[in-house]
Design a protein around this ligand. Structure first.
Ligand code: NI
Length: 389
């Protein structure tokens, strides 16, 4: 029986798991129910070892192939956490928990990797060791980093690691990836401006923080347009501004909050330095002060070339040459799989979710029809990467 047929046969069972996860979303590191189910299923499938509590609630399953003397180890990673969003899909399996929803498809990611683990446990048509990694807290909590700090890479001797995320807008049954930067670094900043408050009718006796904030907003636009190499990419968005609360008072303070997205570390550091210069000197020009706090979030997700070619080859073996695009543009969203790729060669790929609402939207839903291709991709990575001799 072909791998395609086997995956199709497994689809109804995996779809049921996916919908159960969807009905019971959990946030951040608080993914106890999901992690318990994952661990129980891995044991039921006959995984050689199941380790829980890595990175607080992460789960790792070890599946040994026919011959392990080759000492080859490949890791496959899925994320388990949901988002604090009220679901608006009207699906029969919609979230049963108010204010929480699998709006990024991590329910599908977890189910697909579990399905692949079941198949690999049953067939073991590879030499070496497959490590299935289920991480908590991808959505801002850096669960991947927590698992690495708990020894994920060394403890399981990971030599390569792969991640997969669904992507609305890419057709079902298609894969897409690229060499090098795939997802952006996501940083946050906060600017606290202090001037001199007073009567709105006596601006000459005040230092108007509203005017200073407005100038800083304008001046910051020059950082991307005038300081970043036009052949590089960066985004600087100010997403929150606050100052004052009365029509007749010039406020003493003003605050701006925003985000910076970049695709390489040099641009990232440069943007931060240029922002500091612009903010400090603009405030100074008005006699105000500005305290600039820049906090680095997830780093750039950078795909390794050899492993990306290999991931594309595995995807082609599953869905055909014409359904794998190795030339997509990077996205300015961020992904904590970046931390794994900093420590271990590997690649992060997109699997098509078809024409659905975008990730993090209340109407988003993972497409169950993506399941066979997704599971097939995981299985192929292991069988092609560590073939029987
Ligand atoms: Ni996601």
């Amino acid at each position: 029986m072909s791998l395609q047929t086997l995956m199709e046969k497994l689809k109804p069972e995996v779809t049921a798991w996916r919908r159960d996860f969807h009905e019971n979303p959990e946030l951040g590191y608080d993914v106890h129910r999901t992690a318990d189910i994952v661990a129980a299923k891995l044991r039921e499938f006959g995984a050689d070892e199941v380790v829980t509590g890595i990175g607080r609630t992460g789960v790792v399953g070890i599946i040994k192939g026919k011959d392990n003397s080759a000492d080859r180890v490949i890791g496959l990673r899925a994320d388990m956490d949901a988002l604090p969003i009220e679901e608006k899909t009207n699906k029969p399996y919609a979230s049963k928990i108010a204010g929480k929803m699998h709006a990024c498809g991590h329910d599908g990611h977890t189910a697909m990797l579990l399905g692949a683990a079941k198949h690999l446990c049953m067939t073991r048509k590879f030499n070496g060791t497959a490590v299935v990694i289920f991480q908590p807290a991808e959505e801002g909590g850096a669960g991947a980093k927590a698992m690495i700090e708990d020894g994920l890479i060394e403890r399981f001797n990971l030599q390569e690691v792969y991640g997969m995320h669904n992507m609305p807008g890419i057709p079902l049954g298609h894969f897409a990836m690229r060499h090098g930067p795939m997802m952006a670094a996501a940083d946050q900043f906060e600017i606290n401006i202090e001037g001199k408050g007073g009567h709105a009718a006596k601006p000459d006796k005040c230092i108007d923080t509203v005017l200073v904030a407005a100038q800083i907003i304008n001046m910051l636009q020059s950082v991307i347009s005038r300081n970043v190499d036009p052949l590089h990419s960066a985004v600087l968005s100010i997403t929150c501004m606050s100052a004052g609360d009365a029509f007749n008072v010039i406020p003493q303070t003003a605050k701006l909050i925003g985000t910076v997205r970049t695709l390489n570390e040099a641009v990232r550091s440069d943007v931060e330095a240029q922002m500091k210069r612009v903010i400090t000197s603009t405030a100074q020009a008005f006699g105000a002060t500005a305290i600039f706090r820049y906090s680095r979030g997830y780093p750039v997700t950078v795909n390794h070339p050899v492993q990306t070619e290999f991931a594309a080859a595995a995807a082609r073996a599953v869905v055909g040459d014409d359904k794998v695009d190795l030339t997509i543009d990077p996205m300015m969203g961020a992904e904590d799989f970046a931390y794994m790729l900093q420590k271990c060669p590997g690649s992060y790929v997109f699997i098509g979710n078809g024409d659905t609402a975008f990730c993090h939207h209340p109407a988003f839903d993972f497409s169950d029809d993506a399941i066979p291709a997704g599971m097939g991709f995981w299985v192929k990575l292991i069988e092609m990467g560590m073939p029987l001799i």
